[in-house]
Design a protein around this ligand. Structure first.
Ligand SMILES: [Cu+2]
Length: 299
């Protein structure tokens, strides 16, 4: 028999465990957790790329600046309402100028904007492109699916369509409107250069947990990059209204170890019935080898 004290302690442990589990669920912690939006999610998805880490720390900085300004302005307003009420201040003052105050309320906002601008511009340039890409993927938006091309692998390419509700099986049911037939497969821990374009209208390639959001515009190629920090599944959606079926072009990224990626790349042409397209895995493998030896010497 448990004494009431022990029972209370056990209850507390259960509560703590449940809270921790819920926290892990909400934050998407854990290697196997798919990076998807969660019901009742309040914050952003967990960051899984250097760019997304940068975005979230800039967001935190700006949020705190906003909190301080809001408290300051609200406090000032409350004080003025109370202090200059007609009972406490029956005769209105005639002060109309105060040079010190005027300089301060001009200079201070400028200073705050500069404080925000510096990390903001740094992040914009950081997001723009990667100097040393290990792999390039061309992403083409279509009404209404994505096409992925690997120029380094002799142009291996395939289409990625959403799985319809009635075709969702087992675990996929939790991924309604996010599951696709062919995921974009990339190696984790490698710099992936993304080149977006479109075959028809403007789409947008958006993966929240990787900090990627780029327009896909017909006749143009726009560059960005990401480096997934661990193997797993990462989800996004086209977030540019692109027509009737705009909602059926999710993005599903499957990040695997570099070794598993090589295996996948070797088998991919057969799978996508592009038998004529022998992937030039040699070129990609050579690039991985040099990247790996470079990171080994860095250590
Ligand atoms: Cu679209």
């Amino acid at each position: 028999m448990l004494t009431p004290g022990k029972r209370r302690a056990a209850g507390f442990m259960n509560l703590a465990l449940a809270t921790a589990l819920l926290g892990a669920l909400v934050l998407g912690v854990g290697p196997a957790a798919a990076q998807t939006p969660a019901p009742w999610q309040m914050g952003m998805q967990a960051a899984h790329s250097p760019v997304e880490h940068g975005i979230q720390s800039l967001n935190t900085l700006v949020l705190w600046i906003i909190v301080v300004i809001t408290i300051f302005v609200a406090g000032l307003l409350a004080y003025v309402v109370w202090r200059y009420d007609h009972k406490r201040n029956p005769v209105a003052g005639r002060v109309s100028h105060n040079s010190v105050l005027e300089v301060a309320w001009t200079a201070l906002p400028v200073l705050i904007l500069v404080v925000i601008a510096i990390p903001s511009f740094r992040l914009v340039y950081f997001e723009d492109r990667t100097a040393d890409a290990d792999l390039t993927v061309k992403v083409t938006g279509h009404q209404w699916y994505w096409e992925y091309t690997y120029p380094d692998a002799k142009g291996l390419h395939f289409d990625s369509y959403m799985v319809a509700d009635e075709d969702l099986k087992g675990e996929q049911k939790a991924l309604r409107h996010l599951a696709v037939d062919n995921q974009l497969v990339v190696p984790a821990g490698k710099n992936i250069r993304i080149l977006t374009t479109s075959a028809d209208v403007i789409h947008s390639f958006f993966i929240p947990s990787l900090g990627v959001q780029r327009y896909a515009i017909p006749g143009r190629t726009i560059e960005t990059w990401f480096r997934v920090d661990q193997p797993g599944d990462y989800y996004g959606e086209c977030n540019q209204i692109c027509g009737t079926n705009h909602s059926v072009m999710p993005i599903s990224i499957h990040a695997v170890t570099p070794e598993a990626f090589k295996t996948w790349l070797a088998a991919a042409p057969a799978k996508f019935s592009n038998a004529s397209l022998e992937p030039d895995t040699h070129q990609v493998q050579a690039r991985f080898a040099s990247a790996q030896s470079a990171s080994a010497t860095e250590r």
